[in-house]
Design a protein around this ligand. Sequence first.
Ligand code: SF4
Ligand SMILES: [Zn+2]
Length: 118
Amino acid sequence: MPTCPRCHQPVVAQAIACPHCRTALKAHGHPGIPLHRSTGGEFLCETCTYHEDDTCNYPQRPYARECTLYQNRFQPIATGKSINSRSQASKNWLRRNATWLILAGIVVVSLALALRSN
Ligand code: SF4
Ligand SMILES: [Zn+2]
């Protein structure tokens, strides 16, 4: 059973808030969106996989003390979570390189049209 990051009491995995100290445990009040918090004075980004591989584009980086996407780079990733983090990394890569991908697509289509008209 997970524990509350503030009072360290056991809480059910789906709890939106800690029943003991009322700390929010999920983002936007949704049980499917975990809200990670730093327990001391450190920033979450210091130990986050997405900060290390430079795929995070959240505005709070590198000073996040709360984050919905945080992934501890020192903890093994469960199989399901691994797929999620890989898919999130892919999404981040696509978002960052969208302009280049669109330009490459335009060039390919232009070349195809030019070759076809000859
Ligand atoms: S996902 Fe969150 S914790 Fe990780 S680097 Fe980005 S802002 Fe920081
Ligand atoms: Zn608590």
